[in-house]
Write a protein that binds this ligand. Structure first.
Ligand code: UDP
Length: 239
């Protein structure tokens, strides 16, 4: 029981790759298209929380290989996610959706602080809540934060929107021609096989708390709306 009645409530994770359209910075057309798809689902009554990544700006692990202190580089990575939040917020508002950004790092001019009960209230009112700055802690990834925020705001499911892959495969489909897409697998399978499509810590947090996850491809137009509404696209991962 999700404890919030019949409305479907989901957490959508959008990686930085989505925002950059495959390169560094922001691809406004892509973000606008994703925002319109989210707005369509919200109009049909789906409650949508979103965690955004920041790999289109900075990844802490990569910067630290070039000599930056890892924790400071991770903070830069987190700040990048907030820029993505603001872009998504703007396009969601243009698409007629009411939104709030909540940041794990306090920056009152651009975002509310992360307050879980307030986030839940926004969702109940039909507002899209966009979570920025990850967990506010270095050495974490936004995948793991997606699982954590989904749990804390009582989401029914966490949806991992991917660029380049449309689900979980038996091997990396870009390098292994024998790779097959799976309709379903368990967290134990994913962890045992070392599947990297989602962080291991995100898989294990979902596994330990019985939260199901759907990994789907965002390239096909309409897929974001489909996933938000609960259509069985991509790969379902369960306990
Ligand atoms: N990050 C962090 N703590 C968090 C979330 C993110 O330190 O809780 C930093 C980390 O450096 C990461 C960067 O922010 O590389 C961008 O996030 P992520 O790599 O998860 O984004 P994505 O791969 O989804 O684009």
């Amino acid at each position: 029981d999700n404890g919030h009645g019949p409305a479907r409530r989901v957490l959508l994770k959008l990686s930085g790759e989505v925002f950059g359209g495959g390169s560094i910075g922001l691809d406004a057309d892509v973000v606008a298209a994703v925002a319109r798809e989210i707005a369509d689902a919200v109009r049909e009554g789906v409650q949508v929380a979103i965690v955004v990544g920041g790999g289109n700006f900075f990844r802490g692990a990569e910067l630290s290989q070039r000599g930056l202190d890892r924790a400071r580089a991770d903070y830069m990575g987190m700040l990048g996610t907030v820029m993505n939040c603001l872009a998504l917020q703007d396009f969601l508002e243009q698409a007629g959706t009411s939104t709030r950004v909540q940041s794990a790092i306090t920056m009152g001019q651009v975002a509310e602080p992360y307050i879980p009960l307030r986030a839940i209230r926004h969702l109940e009112k039909g507002r899209v809540v966009i979570f920025g700055a990850g967990a506010g802690m270095p050495y974490f990834s936004t995948d793991t934060v997606a699982a954590q925020r989904a749990l804390e705001t009582h989401c029914d499911e966490v949806l991992m929107g991917k660029n380049g892959v449309d689900g979980v495969y038996t091997a990396d489909p870009r390098t292994d021609p024998t790779a097959r897409r799976l309709d379903h697998l368990t967290y134990a399978d994913a962890l045992r096989d070392g599947l990297r499509v989602v962080d291991a810590s995100a898989f294990s947090l979902c596994m330990d708390n019985g939260l199901s996850m759907r990994v789907f491809g965002m390239t096909e137009p309409g897929n974001v709306t489909r996933a938000l509404k609960g259509e069985k696209i991509g790969t379902l991962v369960t306990v």
